[in-house]
Design a protein around this ligand. Sequence first.
Ligand code: PBG
Length: 325
Amino acid sequence: MSNQINNFQRLRRTRMNPIIRSMVRETELSKNDFIYPLFAVPGNKFKKEVSSMPGVYQMSVDEIVRECVDVKNLGIPAVILFGIPEKKDEVGSGAYDPNGIIQQSVRAIKKEVPELYVITDVCLCEYTSHGHCGIVKGDEILNDPSIELLAKEALTHAQAGADMVAPSDMFDGRVKAIREMLDKNNFHNLPIMSYAAKYASGFYGPFREAAESTPQFGDRRSHQMDPANSDEAIREVEADIEEGADIVMVKPALPYLDIIRRVKDEFRMPTAAYNVSGEYSMIKAAGKLGWIDEQRVMLEVLTSIKRAGADLILTYFAKDAAKLL
Ligand code: PBG
């Protein structure tokens, strides 16, 4: 027996220089796949950095529009909007106010930057005084009364001119309720991207600072998924597809790459992944400290999400990455 390696198969031959490496590369990251999240707040000429998310800002509508011009010029096709209302109340009225912060933002963006594709996040947590995603009774977050309000919210976003709505609540039956509401009002061509497999994750921490949506009591474990579950994600995604979802999302991305792959293989649907706030903040922080090469790690992570099967990536890195691609 010789311990010589097999000379006929040498996998390194296609790694010997950048040209051949690029020719055999299986996954190509493209800024065409990026969706950039933005946080709209009331006011004028207001732009405040989120302390746990360097490079991410809460912005008034005028600043949002300015930012959208930048985003479009960088070649990023789409944004997703989150709103912080003037006033919060028990039932999240600001969410479905035809003149609410998101509705105003959408109208302004579609007027000034019509080529940009505008997606709206549909949820109540930024709008309720208790910070929960729906109507609360005692310590229960109610399902059916909440999805009625989400459908109303989605309709006002559509009426303001949104190109797509994205329900992020994880209540049962909300995609159907939204689809029916949109169809009834002649928005049958408006797609729904559902946050289909959304986990109860510690990685949302910085977002809750940005969106001022930390629950005042309890948590979101009665509707968002247990991080230990995988088969259940398949059932969640299947339900949303049956109810009419056009794009299905897995969230967060990096700790759930296995779920992205399973969802893509199982359903062959346009699949989105949300590279969430905590995933962004960790890389920014370690980069700042000089512990990792921020740009390199960013591109590696985004590539891994694409390689796992995501067609679309929601990411706070969209602008940084677009500048490098
Ligand atoms: C809910 C919503 C959340 C995120 C997007 N939509 C937060 C939550 O469920 O608490 C998190 C996104 C991120 O962390 O970047 N409206």
